[in-house]
Design a protein around this ligand. Structure first.
Ligand code: AHR
Length: 620
């Protein structure tokens, strides 16, 4: 394996080369990255008609003691449903309520993770013309173990109008499968709406579940593509992600049914929060817009103006001065500085759909007229892009078997070197050999990414799909990060991405690799500077997709000062068995292992393990 590491023969990899793609599927956001513990907090999951769907809220007590219904009496016009709880027991001189009280409970998203001594911020809206004596408790899933309680008491008339009540709960114990209870032993009628429980320690205080956001931050993503995928489109436009309905005070957001992936989302993770997440990750936001189409409907181009305006308004929300109409809304949400939104992707996988190209041009012209510095990404491939159908980038999605993904390390070798750049915004090994995230899938994807590095003169950005899965709702498998309410682990391909986290903006060097009678290797070499310690490294990555250990002689030419004797590290991702996966029981079965390189130099002999990804990080 020879590397020409001279600076004059190096080429800079685009500085936004590797990022992440977040789609609201598999409960990635609701019940995942968005830390809200209450599911269906506004009782709106059935839509605006009554009876609405209060799932997963359930009733404590029987029909003789309590009646629970939904009505449209909320104080929030955009989400009118409220829950009416009529307590029949507990009137003076009649049947007493059971000692634990009657009421309702919410188990969250497959159980709330309540941690010992952690503070949880509770808020809810209450209305009642009676006096109120309500216990708000965090309990075990059967209600028998009490973890924390706050009692809300009010005189008759105090809650005659809708009243927001806020307080903290601090648990005395840990319970990973908890629920929130609202109970009383007092006769009367109480209405509830917008009941929320948020952990107090979210990532950067912005509402993201800390462990999951940290997993993302550790990848050092250079961009964040959001919010989908097919989620952007919806099966029907009625259920599509429409940015303006996901901003403002969380209580006023209507929420919507994610009909592609089949669950309700309260839209706590809305447009503003996606932009905030990008900022918190030091990643550049890439917004995939709804271009007036769902998976089953297409608005004709003649009547697309309202959608175009919606998008231009959305850009003003992200970037506009606080004095502008939409910029002022962002500022009121606590972010007067603009968000650096410079990438817009028009639709998702739609090039062949009716009207797409005509509509695309309207979006393109309107966005460029106001924001010429925004790069626009087309759903069409490079062959369809022309002066009349212009684009800065074109979107590529690759879902295939591991063998085919490995061979796609050459996918862009013969792409025309001029014209728009590729954005490989979704790629994944799928099918049998992908399992729930196997080593072989990670190795094939690594080889594919090495091919993208080599072709980074025509490929500008890349992100894997999908990113997250809540283990309780696997709508799409495999995924890079698996979690439930309290645990998480990275699949082998999550750890594989760590081998590429220093590539964006690095210098790629010419590399040749030759092993006789063996074509199962893919390799790249780059130099990058560690901003923490100022050290520069030559990183040589090698995928061995085959079952043989390979002896390689690495020869590095063109270095001004050679390679340091100490400080070089070899990192290997393998477990030896292609089908190995990580799991909650064995989260570290397939994770990178690092060791010092004792023979580091411009000439060095190394052994590359079968079925492995190896990085040789040579200190210069
Ligand atoms: O990543 C899952 C889905 O696959 C996305 O929603 C869609 O864009 C693709 O087909």
């Amino acid at each position: 394996l020879s590397v020409d590491a001279s600076s004059q023969n190096g080429r800079t990899i685009p500085d936004k080369m590797f990022g992440i793609f977040f789609e609201e599927l598999n409960h990635a956001g609701a019940g995942g990255l968005w830390a809200e513990l209450v599911s269906n907090r506004g009782f709106e999951a059935g839509g605006i008609n009554t009876p609405s769907n209060i799932d997963p809220w359930l009733i404590i007590g029987d029909e003789s003691n309590i009646i629970v219904e939904t009505d449209r009496s909320s104080c929030f016009a955009s989400n009118p449903i409220a829950l009416r709880m009529e307590v029949l027991c507990g009137a003076t001189g009649t049947n007493a309520c059971p000692s634990g009280g009657v009421g309702i409970y919410n188990p969250g998203y497959w159980g709330m993770n309540i941690e010992k001594t952690k503070v949880y911020k509770v808020s809810m809206y209450i209305r009642s013309s009676d006096s109120v004596d309500l216990a708000v408790s965090l309990t075990s899933s059967d209600g028998l173990q009490n973890l924390a309680t706050h009692t809300i008491t009010a005189e008759k008339g105090d809650f005659a109008g809708w009243t927001k009540v806020e307080f903290d709960l601090q648990s005395s114990e840990r319970n990973t499968n908890s629920r929130l209870q609202l109970t009383t032993t007092k006769n009367g009628i109480i209405w509830f709406d917008q009941v929320s429980v948020m952990p107090s320690d979210t990532y950067m205080g912005h509402g993201f579940r800390k462990d999951l956001a940290t997993m993302l931050a550790n990848l050092k993503p250079r961009f964040l593509k959001f919010p989908g995928g097919n989620y952007v489109m919806g099966n029907y436009l009625l259920n599509a992600f429409r940015w303006s309905e996901t901003i403002g005070p969380w209580e006023e957001r209507p929420g919507h049914f994610n009909d592609v992936w089949n669950y309700w989302t309260d839209d706590g993770l809305g447009f503003f929060e996606f932009l905030q997440l990008a900022e918190d990750l030091d990643a550049c936001p890439v917004w995939v817009i709804n271009d007036g189409a769902s998976l089953n409907e297409q608005i004709p181009s003649a009547t697309i103006a309202a959608f175009v305006k919606e998008v231009v308004d959305g850009i003003e929300f992200a970037r506009g001065d606080p004095k502008t109409t939409w910029g002022s809304v962002r500022a009121a949400m606590g972010h007067p500085e603009p968000f650096p939104l410079y990438y817009i992707s028009v639709g998702n996988q739609e090039c062949s759909k009716p009207y797409y190209k005509e509509k695309y041009v309207k979006f393109y012209s309107a966005i460029k007229a106001s924001y010429p510095d925004i790069k626009i990404i087309s759903s069409c491939d490079i062959s369809s892009i022309s002066a009349v159908n212009p684009a800065d980038l074109y979107d590529v999605h690759v879902y295939t078997s591991s063998g085919d993904m490995f061979s796609k390390t050459r996918m862009f070798d013969s792409t025309p070197r001029s014209g728009p750049k590729a954005f490989v915004s979704e790629y994944a090994v799928t099918g049998n050999d992908a399992g729930r995230g196997t080593l072989v899938a990670a190795l094939a994807e690594a080889a594919f990414l090495i091919g993208l590095e080599r072709n980074s003169d025509v490929v500008e950005m890349a992100s894997c799909a999908p990113l997250f899965v809540n283990d309780n709702d696997r709508g799409f498998s495999p995924d890079a990060i698996v979690f439930n309410s309290w645990q998480h682990y990275g699949c082998p391909n999550y750890w594989m991405l760590h081998f590429f986290k220093d590539s964006s903006g690095a210098t790629l060097h010419p590399l040749t690799i030759q092993v006789s009678n063996y074509d199962q290797l893919a390799a790249s070499a780059l130099t990058w500077q560690n901003s923490n310690d100022g050290n520069t490294y030559l990183k040589i990555k090698v995928v061995n997709f085959g079952n043989k250990a390979v002896n390689l002689n690495i020869a590095v030419a063109g270095l001004e000062n050679g390679i340091q004797e100490f400080g070089s590290i070899k990192t290997v991702l393998t477990s030896g068995w292609l089908r190995d996966e990580n799991s909650f029981q064995q989260p570290d079965k397939v994770v990178p292992a690092a060791s010092p390189i004792t023979n580091a130099g411009e000439q060095m002999g190394v052994i590359v393990d079968p079925y492995s990804l190896t990085s040789f990080d040579l200190l210069l």
